[in-house]
Design a protein. Structure first.
Length: 307
């Protein structure tokens, strides 16, 4: 398959986006079916969240340097705050950090992930987001987007994101914003939208956003976890507070998913940008998109089949 337009593969019977299981209630499955996301309250313990927070601070202070991790910073704040969490807005690809990667192996998280992916589970993409105070420049606004834009593997229905609030997230500090039901739409063209502030590298957004589709702000408490489909249109607002809004997330996929060729699709320009960044960072001459994902991917449950 070469088309980036491949949508979810329908399951026989009533449910297309979840698998038969004894974890989700019929009401929860129907909610995900209709809306493309599901919030589970207090799923991750305060103790685990505190451990993730401490490890994040250690990474910010360079007390630990996880191999392969991409640490995204606001360079303009470096002179003011030095090496601290006040300049780091994201740690991406933390699969080599034993402490943070624990998140991707938590039984309470995998129990729900399996409802969407099946028993053979790969952790594909990891992030700890530290949304910095940003009331003026909108530097850390993440425009509305579909995560499938970043992924060269399918089917979409066997991919799910687990996103856990590390403290209360609401409209003041830039909580997630979703457009319910948009997971049933195809993958749309993405790029750097015209924003008042500058767009962060690889923070792509929809080029043609439908403002008529209602938006829901996901107000979440510490430990609450939302699972959502990779075609669900979502984003996050700016952090209007003086504090930091942290969350930890992982995109999981069934190891039965397969890679696609994104050339001549709406994802082709992303491939070029990502490959160029990796080549520059590692001084590598020959890198393909599949290589990058193979480097990130880790089996967390069951057996590795395709991915």
């Amino acid at each position: 398959p070469t088309s980036a337009q491949v949508s979810a593969v329908p399951q026989p019977g009533r449910f297309r986006y979840t698998l038969d299981n004894n974890v989700l209630t019929t009401e929860q499955r129907q909610f995900y079916e209709d809306n493309g996301y599901l919030v589970i309250k207090k799923l991750v313990s305060d103790e685990d969240i505190e451990r993730f927070r401490k490890e994040f601070v250690r990474i910010c202070k360079r007390e630990v340097t996880p191999p392969g991790a991409m640490i995204m910073k606001d360079e303009s704040l470096r002179s003011q705050y030095g090496q601290s969490e006040k300049v780091v807005n994201k740690v991406q690809d933390f699969q080599e950090d034993k402490e943070l990667f624990r998140y991707c192996t938590l039984p309470e998280v995998l129990k729900y992930v399996e409802c969407f992916t099946g028993p053979n589970i790969m952790a594909m993409h990891t992030m700890l987001i530290n949304k910095l105070p940003d009331s003026d420049t909108q530097t850390f606004l993440h425009p509305m987007h579909q995560d499938l834009h970043y992924f060269p593997f399918r089917p979409a229905a066997r991919i799910v994101c687990s996103w856990t609030a590390m403290e209360r997230a609401d409209q003041n500090n830039g909580c997630l914003v979703v457009q319910p039901g948009t997971h049933r739409q195809p993958l749309k063209p993405h790029g750097y939208p015209e924003l008042e502030g500058k767009a962060n590298k690889l923070f792509h957004g929809l080029l043609d956003e439908d403002e008529k589709i209602p938006k829901v702000h996901l107000v979440m408490e510490k430990g609450d976890t939302v699972f959502f489909h990779p075609l669900l249109i979502h984003g996050s607002g700016i952090n209007k507070t003086s504090g930091f809004r942290k969350s930890i997330s992982c995109h999981f996929a069934s190891s039965e998913c397969y890679y696609i060729d994104v050339k001549n699709t709406s994802q082709e320009h992303l491939e070029k940008e990502l490959v160029e960044m990796v080549r520059k960072k590692y001084d590598a001459t020959s890198v393909e998109l599949r290589d990058i994902w193979n480097f990130r991917a880790r089996l967390v449950q069951g057996e590795r089949i395709n991915l």
